[in-house]
Ligand binder design. Structure first.
Ligand code: FDA
Length: 307
């Protein structure tokens, strides 16, 4: 892995750096590029604007690694309130939610995370929308997939996220490519050891393409999350080869990243979903976005140093 990326991802877990970044005046400007705001109203407003542009949305209430039951409960309440708002604003047919199990208690007790995620899924069903479980670091993958299987007994539409950088993921794609299965494929955003993950960017890309093939050959609904121009092109080619029509798969990109490309793909008739994060706990999310692109980091460090 690129050493700068490793450094930034390490800083994501360091309290002193967290404090420095969170209190720097510049942070707000940088955060605003990737995060839609701190409140549900900010998020719903940004969702309405994207929908008006022909895009669909998945909303993430920021927060992760909760070891506090009360905080996990507050996260669930935030999702329930958000789903009500999406329903009231008639956005639920264009906007779903993404949930990190670690934000609803996974580190405390897998059953607690399952119960909390079930409450969010039940509310989503009432509102006429869906839920996708985000993928976190590899130590949580087995637990997250167990919870996914439980949730799918009641709500078969619950989406999974698989990370192409993990060596196991091609097999997971094959397993999860059945009828009705919604799977988001991304490269993966955490610092992982070479024993479980490909370290070389080219190897990750090759794995991504193998996984694209698995998912397109299957009977599920693949959701290809990448901004990588080469991969976007390959996905289009492979989709045609597998005779997949628009509407039988989708592209996904992050809020604030390649907005022109998001709209170009939508105008070409594709379903394009924007991952829209909001909330006060933006630090871990921001650090992963900075780690993805050295240009973002340089911009951020210059601003932090006041130059
Ligand atoms: P790559 O990082 O190679 O970037 C390709 C090009 O895209 C860059 O050259 C640049 O032009 C542009 N680009 C990419 N990132 C950028 C950025 N931050 N700022 C500006 N330009 C950028 N990960 C995870 O571990 N678990 C998850 O649940 C999710 N969920 C998720 C949802 C969605 C909708 C997306 C798009 C991504 C995720 N991810 C994720 C993150 C994912 O794993 C990955 O870290 C990023 O998408 C970056 O990888 P790319 O495929 O975009 O390629």
């Amino acid at each position: 892995m690129n050493p700068l990326r490793t450094l930034i991802l390490a800083a994501a877990g360091n309290d002193a750096v967290r404090h420095l970044v969170a209190t720097a005046p510049v942070s707000r400007a940088v955060v605003r590029r990737f995060v839609a705001g701190e409140t549900a109203s900010d998020a719903v407003g940004a969702t309405a604007a994207l929908v008006a542009d022909g895009l669909t949305v998945t909303l993430d209430h920021l927060g992760e690694d909760t070891t506090d039951r009360a905080l996990a409960e507050r996260t669930v309440q935030a999702y329930l309130a958000l789903l009500d708002r999406l329903h009231a604003e008639r956005l639920a047919d264009r906007a779903e939610v993404s949930v990190k199990l670690s934000a609803v208690g996974q580190a405390l007790d897998e059953r607690l995370a399952l119960e909390n995620a079930s409450r969010i899924c039940a509310a989503a069903e009432q509102c006429g929308t869906t839920v996708t479980l985000d993928a976190e670091d590899h130590t949580t993958t087995d637990s997250t997939l167990r919870v996914l299987h439980e949730l799918r007994r009641s709500w078969p539409w619950v989406g999974a996220v698989l990370q192409a950088y993990l060596r196991r993921t091609q097999a997971d794609c094959r397993e999860l490519a059945g009828p009705g299965s919604r799977v988001r494929l991304c490269k993966g955003a955490y610092a992982e050891p070479p024993s479980v993950a490909f370290a070389d960017a080219h190897e990750v890309d090759l794995s991504y393409v193998r996984c694209v093939n698995e998912l397109l050959a299957g009977e599920g609904y693949p959701m290809f999350a990448t901004h990588d121009p080469r991969l976007v092109e390959i996905i289009g080619e492979r989709a045609r080869w597998h005779d997949r029509k628009p509407g039988t798969f989708e592209y996904q990109m992050l809020y604030g990243v390649r907005p022109d490309e998001q709209r170009r793909l939508a105008r070409a008739g594709n379903t394009v979903r924007i991952y829209l994060p909001y909330g006060e706990q933006w630090y871990g999310y921001l650090m992963r976005r900075l780690a993805e692109r050295p240009a973002n980091t340089t911009f951020f460090l210059r601003a932090l140093a006041g130059r």
